[in-house]
Write a protein that binds this ligand. Structure first.
Ligand code: FES
Length: 333
């Protein structure tokens, strides 16, 4: 038994099998639905239900409450009837094949007290097409997966850079910090996510990173520099204190070498000798730009940061379709 999903405004239709989620069915059939965590937590997959009902077999997902009236979270929704959804889909040339690949760890570097950089090398005969901002899953031995943003730009497609933050008591990040060694092999599947730079927009850009949310935005900045896209970019990086700014010199170098890029670090728990910006990162943005109507905004960081920032940015006249966000969940197991 299968059910039909009709999408507007694109008019695309696809079939969903019983017990399959709407998103899984779309990915299987190369339909470009937006999504992020695939776990019901981020809300990036929200579509508006025009007709029909959906089921949530694992209970109501946590992001549903904040997703608006008649929202459907496609990553969790299964069907018992045909439905119609309103949602913006990616055009078919933006849908990139998902690959499952073994990669060798060729470098492991501690970037600061709790973030490690892992550099993975793809097999010699493989390349991984992806868009700046997307993420990959590391597949663990027990088949569970852990999602990490790709921190390098797609032109650099032989190596993959990840910034992994140590989560206290997190068994996977414990393994990365303590046991993972150069030459180890990790299996990945990629690319995932609809958080990607919109090459066709001429708007000035504000980027808002929280912690290791720096990683996908770094990929975007490197992509802009490489492809000579000259939109003004205002990059705000919010962390607790100076010791968390694990790539400060790199970000300052972007700003020094490119007239269209500005960089601001914002500390929420500033060190005594910190002379720079203080407070929450989204408040720093609003202090500088109280009206956001001309901007595209890209943000990546903890869900709580993305949610508060979204609310405040929309209240400051940001057009909702010009907001692109990647709220990652810290994994605790
Ligand atoms: S809530 Fe569905 S992708 Fe995150």
């Amino acid at each position: 038994v299968s059910y039909t999903v009709t999408l507007s405004p694109s008019g695309e239709q696809f079939k969903v099998n019983q017990q399959e989620t709407v998103l899984d069915a779309a990915l299987r059939q190369n339909i470009g639905l937006p999504y992020g965590c695939q776990g019901g937590a981020c809300g990036a997959c929200a579509a508006t239900l025009k007709t029909g009902q959906v089921q949530y077999e694992n209970g109501e997902p946590s992001a549903l409450a904040g997703a608006g009236d008649n929202a459907c979270l496609t990553c969790q929704a299964t069907l018992t009837e045909d439905i119609a959804l309103t949602v913006k889909t990616a055009s078919s040339d933006e849908v990139i094949e998902i690959q499952n690949l073994p990669c060798k760890v060729i470098e492991k570097t501690l970037l600061c007290h709790d973030v490690v950089k892992i550099t993975l090398k793809l097999p010699d005969d493989k390349r991984l097409p992806f868009k700046a901002g997307q993420y990959l899953n590391i597949i663990l031995e027990d088949k569970r997966t852990r999602a990490f943003s790709i921190a390098n730009a797609p032109h650099n497609d032989e190596l993959i850079e990840l910034h992994i933050r140590h989560v206290e008591g997190g068994s996977f990040t414990d393994v990365v910090f303590n046991d993972l060694n150069e030459k180890d092999i990790l299996r990945i599947e990629a690319p995932f996510g609809s958080f990607m730079f919109q090459d066709d927009s001429a708007n000035p850009v504000i980027m808002v990173a929280g912690g290791t949310g720096f990683a996908p935005l770094k990929a975007m900045v490197e992509h802009l520099i490489y492809t000579d896209i000259k939109n003004p970019v205002l990059f705000y990086w919010g962390v607790r204190s100076k010791r968390d700014l694990y790539h400060l010199e790199l970000a300052e170098q972007w700003a020094a070498e490119h007239d269209n890029i500005q960089f601001m670090a914002v500390l929420s728990e500033p060190d005594n000798d910190w002379q720079g910006r203080k407070g929450f990162v989204h408040e720093a943005v609003l202090k500088d730009y109280p009206n956001l109507s001309i901007f595209d905004i890209y943000m990546a960081g903890p869900p709580i940061m993305c949610q508060s920032a979204k609310k405040a940015f929309l209240a400051a006249d940001l057009t909702e379709s010009n907001l692109f966000s990647d709220p990652f969940e810290y994994s605790n197991d």
